[in-house]
Write a protein that binds this ligand. Structure first.
Ligand SMILES: [Zn+2]
Length: 450
């Protein structure tokens, strides 16, 4: 059948003034360029960002000058690694000084994100950053052979659907236009999972976009109940650490390949596997990724290091050398697909447990993360499920606690775990990382009893 969606989507994007089509063209124009040219383009974009930030964002005016990166209106990239890292603490304290004083975008808005670290942080985003996110997504689909408008299932968390049972009309329209079916993975009961399997078999999606933990639970459900689900051509899994046994089970049950995509709400898509699966291509056209050791030096390939990201497309709120809290391992050499975008071997450090309710529903860890967004007095959190009806919430405060927020969080936890569930708030000075050194924002003592 003729795919009418692609031209309609492209036309709609163009008439609404979106820069997505131009950004997709830009990315596609560089994907197969020789390495030196890709580096030149990245450096050019980085210089532009640094000059802009140095001139228009008071926080960067200070640090870029002190680190010797901007001298007499010139950018000295050789001093780039002298720029102090941007932490969530700094963003919280310096928010107004990071915002660009010069208006550069049509539209800006604030967005709170927790990433994998359990430390919520408020950022300012603009339409160019947003468009680059969509363009990266389209490019990513193209890398694994999926075209705009081909059938897709998105097994993803929807707080709105979980709490109200319904998405907004514009959200549903957009999904219809993109030929995408959203299956809400924030709370999955057995009956939900039966419906999800049915959706696979009736929709017959070409691809599935999902949280790795959610597709894993669905795969276990299919296998345990001896069901069959239509095999998509690709499963794109994100927002989690993909271990080999998890990947194997999902691939076995859905008879397809699982592709690893790494990104976050704060910075967009950072890296992703192509069909050759020889590593995750770093999206160097939209950001710069450094992987550093404890002495703040770039690590060698094969060694775990901490990710430091500079986004090249959010001039309204530049993130320069941002310590996002994830870790990864770089890979030497090039992928046989021919793209000269550098590779990551793997991304680690994102650990979230599923919670379980007494009625057997599985609730994704991200549901709990979202409960702590936009509550500025909460500096850091961790949610621990001790038993079906017993939850501890650890909080490190940055300000006076807010009783209305606490009530709201308790209500929303009861909404997914049941009315009998008791949530205890514990106010502490620090929340420590686990033995492995990874910080876990959701821990369920039940999910380890499989
Ligand atoms: Zn490749």
């Amino acid at each position: 059948m003729l795919n009418w969606r692609k031209p309609v989507i492209n036309t709609l994007l163009k008439v609404t003034g979106s820069t997505v089509p131009a950004k997709v063209d830009f990315i596609k124009s560089i994907e197969y360029l020789p390495r030196e040219q890709i580096e030149l383009i990245q450096k050019k974009n980085l210089k532009k960002l640094l000059l802009h930030a140095g001139k228009n964002c008071p926080y960067y005016t200070k640090v870029l000058s002190e680190s010797g990166v901007i001298q007499n209106d010139q950018v000295r990239l050789d001093n780039f690694n002298q720029i102090p890292f941007l932490t969530k603490d700094i963003i919280r304290k310096e928010f107004n000084n990071i915002v660009s004083k010069k208006t550069v975008a049509k539209k800006t808005w604030t967005d709170t994100s927790g990433g994998s670290t359990g430390v919520p942080v408020k950022l300012l985003k603009d339409n160019f950053f947003w468009d680059m996110g969509i363009a990266s997504h389209i490019f990513y689909n193209h890398m694994i052979g999926k075209k705009i408008g081909e059938k897709e299932i998105k097994l993803w968390g929807s707080e709105r659907d979980t709490l109200t049972g319904k998405e907004t009309l514009s959200f549903r329209l957009k999904n219809w236009l993109y030929n995408r079916k959203l299956l809400n993975s924030f709370r999955m009961t057995d009956s939900d999972m039966h419906k999800f399997v049915e959706a696979f078999n009736t929709i017959k999606p070409k691809s599935v976009w999902c949280y790795i933990e959610s597709i894993y639970e669905l795969a276990r459900f299919v296998k345990t109940n001896s069901l069959t689900a239509h095999p998509p051509e690709a499963i794109i899994a994100t927002a989690g650490t993909i271990t080999e046994p998890v990947k194997q089970l999902v691939e076995e049950v859905f008879q397809t390949k699982v592709y690893n995509q790494y990104g976050s709400r704060e910075v967009g898509c950072v890296a992703a596997e192509c069909v050759k699966q020889e590593g995750l291509h770093i999206f160097e056209f939209s950001q710069m990724l450094e992987v550093i050791d404890e002495n703040n030096q770039e690590v060698q390939p094969g060694v775990v290091g901490e990710n430091v990201i500079t986004t090249l497309y959010n001039h309204s709120f530049p993130l320069i050398r941002y310590r996002i809290g994830d870790t990864s391992i770089k890979k030497d050499g090039w992928c046989s697909c021919g793209r000269k975008l550098k590779l990551l071997k793997t991304v680690t450090g994102r650990v979230s447990d599923h919670f379980k309710s007494q009625d057997g529903a599985i609730i994704h860890g991200e549901y709990f993360t979202h409960l702590f967004y936009d509550r500025p007095w909460i500096k850091k959190f961790q949610v621990v499920q001790n038993d079906y009806n017993n939850i501890d919430v650890y909080i490190v405060q940055s300000d006076q606690k807010n009783d209305a927020d606490i009530k709201d969080i308790k209500d929303k936890i009861r909404h997914v775990l049941g009315n009998q569930c008791i949530t205890n708030f514990k106010f502490v000075n620090e929340i420590l990382a686990s033995d492995s050194g990874k910080y876990r924002y959701t821990i369920s003592k039940l999910s380890h009893e499989k």
